[in-house]
Write a protein that binds this ligand. Structure first.
Ligand code: UT7
Length: 325
């Protein structure tokens, strides 16, 4: 018995904003953004298109590819840092309703950009433990609603989108989700967080403010390079695989320089990593499923290929997975 990724799909909002277009609105340049991040463009959700709407588009397409109906799901898990509602209800419940998965358990995972890897681990463990059949694991983000457009050091980094995977239990045991590592360094919570009013007083109404992203870029950069490096080393050790066994390493797409720095430290050829940040910028928990979808559409993922996912993000969290496709 094993838990396989049966299908993968993504939704990218059509509105594409290039670096040059951003440079017309704020004090930045295409040259700075490309040289510091590798980003060339980002896609932005139009007004009124919620995180759940993007999640639903990706989910419906993943269900179609898997050839299963919403009622055949046991769990819907949405990893998101930008839910439709901050706090409650879970975006997963809104998705559940919109796709018609009546009665199916639905909840969100908050683990920043590592959310998709956390959600994969949770879903595969739950399917295993409960002998469930299928789970829908989604990473979806409407980050543009939370960007501080006055802060050029963060505004240029993020984009919107969603990716969804259908996980299924099958009898074959050689394929599927083989190994996970999850971790967190909560001491870095304030290095990357959503600024919003501190709700310390009861019985008093506070003026709402629009929450916005704050990031200490340098600290997060150092954490990210360390996380990728250590995670790859630990996975190779834990799972007893050799680097050559892996067809691909699929990192969270935050900054191409982070991947280059980790590759250099570990002496891994850069073409072992799949990087598509140039087109989508950083879509947080959606970045890995969007990358997997693109790879699948390009025919880069073959049955039985061994792939590694590595992520890091707000929390600060980190995580990695080994999957035999
Ligand atoms: O997915 C969540 C995880 N997030 C990340 O992984 C992000 C990690 N951090 C990073 O990727 C990098 O720290 C950044 C890309 C955010 C920043 O790169 P940096 O090389 O650390 O730049 P910096 O913040 O040190 O800024 C260097 C200079 C500054 O100017 P001065 O003070 O040297 O004159 C900034 O004001 O670049 C300036 N700058 C910009 N210039 C043009 C900052 N943002 C911009 C901009 N355009 N957009």
């Amino acid at each position: 018995m094993s838990i396989v990724v049966r299908s993968i799909s993504a939704y990218i909002p059509p509105l594409r904003i290039t670096n040059e277009e951003l440079a017309m609105r704020m004090d930045t340049t295409d040259e700075w953004i490309r040289s510091h991040t590798g980003i060339g463009a980002r896609h932005i959700a139009p007004d009124g298109l919620q995180t759940s709407d993007m999640a639903v588009e990706a989910a419906k397409s993943a269900l179609d590819k898997a050839n299963i109906g919403p009622q055949e799901l046991d769990y819907i898990i949405v990893a998101t840092a930008t839910p439709d509602y901050l706090g409650f209800p879970a975006t997963a419940c809104i998705v559940q309703d919109k796709i018609g998965a009546y009665g199916v358990a639905a909840f969100d995972v908050t683990a920043g950009c590592t959310g998709f890897i956390y959600a994969l681990n949770i879903a595969s463990s739950m399917l295993e433990a409960s002998h469930g059949r299928n789970a829908l694991v989604i990473g979806a983000e409407g980050l543009s609603r939370f960007v501080n457009w006055e802060d050029r050091s963060t505004a240029v980094l993020f984009g919107d989108g969603a990716g969804a995977a259908v996980l299924s239990r099958i009898d074959e045991s050689a394929r599927g989700c083989l190994s996970f590592i999850l971790g967190a360094e909560g001491g870095g919570a304030k290095d990357l967080f959503l600024v919003q009013p501190e709700r310390t007083k009861a019985f008093e109404r506070q003026e709402p403010i629009v929450p916005f992203i704050y990031m200490d870029g340098k600290k997060v950069y150092d954490f990210a390079v360390k996380s990728i490096t250590v995670l790859i080393q630990r996975l190779l050790h834990k799972a007893a695989y050799k680097l050559e066994d892996f067809a691909w390493i699929v990192p969270h797409q935050a900054n191409a320089r982070i991947v280059q720095a980790a590759a250099k430290r570990l002496s891994i050829p850069l073409d072992k990593f799949y990087v598509n940040i140039e087109e989508y910028a950083n879509t947080s928990s959606a970045s890995i499923p969007i990358a997997l979808t693109e790879m699948s559409e390009k025919g880069l993922l073959k049955t039985n290929d061994l792939i590694m996912l590595v992520g890091f993000g707000a929390g600060l969290t980190y995580g990695a997975a080994v999957i035999r496709w």
